[in-house]
Design a protein around this ligand. Structure first.
Ligand code: ASP
Ligand code: MG
Length: 418
């Protein structure tokens, strides 16, 4: 029997009416001849509420009990979804993570999949059940404790089941109707993409597009799970939404597929650090150890320190604004311990990052020049540049972020298809 995985996010199961609406979509696939594995999130807002209760009860909580509490929202929606399907005469059964069992590592609140044995579900399908409803976001550790996968983890549950059961497709039902060339709130010219490659989606997800958990895209890429993002509030058919797939399935693609942004960035510069082997490790080691997510890094040209022949340089990097205090503390501690030396730490907290992403960049020259020209034409100054094989990112003043996104969307003609 062909099998589909259908995942419903929090807004898609926010109340009983919406669960009925989602169940109707599941029934439609069953009527079309599919066995279906349904993955559900908690009702929207529920997980936040549970996290809040844990923090209020115990600020330095035991991570095992955090997972015991925070995983419970999905248990409710899984049972309700199975009941709703039964009311529609669809043979359905719900499963919590430990019942499958979804085996994970014991890294509580950030667990990873180890294995999803098929035997229990296969047996139920063989008995005539048409739908298995799985509580997303959770699993069980080798010690037999409940684990969770990190916020947004139900997406990853869905992809993992699609891989384990060889599903024809993994449909992610959410509150937007697909992946757009950029955020439609920033430009009304943003266009929904029919298809996007795993690699591009991975860049967009890591750059902050919130539609899919980054880890779910990594997993989909590794196991070549075709993922479809679509709205549970629309009438949907085979053509709906955006397909995230292997680049071989994408016939024509533009040089740039999307423009992403991240609004709350900071630029930090260590002025006059020694230019010697090991200095980068001495700076970025402590930052990493303190949990600072350093993104772009630039080492400036080396000069001789005044009155000395020792070479010195300036080191610039970016990180999220809310990590500046932590970064400052880590660097000051490293200086106090004598591991690094610098004159001053300059901090610019009014930065934003804008990126263009596209697999077409691999085979087309001049993308960076086109990007910089478009920004220059609008008088946007670039502070830091970073590139990868399929992405170019610039750090700019936050007040120009919207303008930059619009300019780049126009420059690469993303409003036009093909
Ligand atoms: N309910 C969990 C969360 O809000 C998991 C998910 O919905 O993906 O993070
Ligand atoms: Mg989500």
């Amino acid at each position: 029997m062909p099998l589909l995985v259908m995942k419903f996010g929090g807004t898609s199961v926010a109340d009983l009416d919406r669960i009925r609406n989602a169940a109707a979509k599941v029934k439609a696939e069953v009527d079309r001849g599919y066995d279906v594995i349904v993955i559900v999130s908690a009702m929207s807002g529920k997980t936040n509420e549970l996290v809040g209760w844990v923090n209020e009860t115990s600020p330095l909580y035991d991570a095992r009990e955090y997972d015991a509490v925070v995983s419970s929202g999905e248990n409710v929606t899984a049972g309700l979804m199975a009941l709703t399907l039964q009311e529609m005469d669809v043979p359905a059964r719900s499963w919590q993570g430990w019942q499958v069992p979804i085996q994970t590592t014991s890294a509580h609140s950030a667990a990873r999949f180890v294995d999803i044995p098929r035997a229990n579900l296969d047996m139920k399908f063989a008995e005539g059940f048409k739908v298995a409803v799985i509580a997303g976001f959770q699993g069980v550790s080798p010690e037999g404790r409940i684990t969770t996968l990190g916020r947004g983890g139900s997406d990853t549950t869905a992809v993992a089941f699609a891989a384990a059961f060889g599903a024809e497709r993994c449909d992610i039902y959410t509150d937007v109707d697909g992946i757009y060339t950029t955020d439609p709130r920033i430009t009304s010219k943003a266009r929904k993409l029919d298809k996007i490659s795993f690699e591009e989606m991975l860049e967009l997800a890591s750059l902050g597009a919130k539609v899919l958990q980054t880890r779910s895209v990594e997993l989909a890429m590794r196991y070549k799970v075709r993922l479809r993002v679509l709205s549970s509030f629309d009438e949907t058919d085979e053509q709906s939404g955006t397909l995230v797939c292997d680049e071989d399935e994408i016939m024509e693609s533009k040089v740039v597929s999307g423009v992403a942004y991240s609004r709350e960035e900071a630029k930090l510069t260590l002025v006059t650090v020694e230019d010697r082997p090991g200095i980068a490790a001495a700076i970025f080691g402590p930052l990493a150890d303190s949990g600072v997510n350093v993104d772009m890094i630039v080492q400036n040209i080396s000069e001789k320190a005044q009155g000395s022949d020792k070479p010195v340089t300036d080191m610039t990097f970016s990180c999220p604004v809310d990590q500046v205090a932590r970064a400052r503390k880590a660097l000051e501690a490293a200086r106090d311990a004598g591991h690094i030396n610098y004159d001053t730490l300059e901090v610019d907290e009014d930065a934003a990052k804008v990126s263009v992403v596209g697999i077409g960049m691999r085979s087309h020259a001049g993308v960076a020049a086109r990007m910089f020209r478009a920004l220059a034409a609008d008088g946007v100054n670039i502070k830091v540049i970073a590139t990868s094989e399929i992405k170019i990112s610039v750090l700019i003043d936050r007040k120009y972020m919207e303008l930059a996104v619009q300019a780049l969307h126009d420059a690469f003609e993303l409003d036009k298809a093909g």
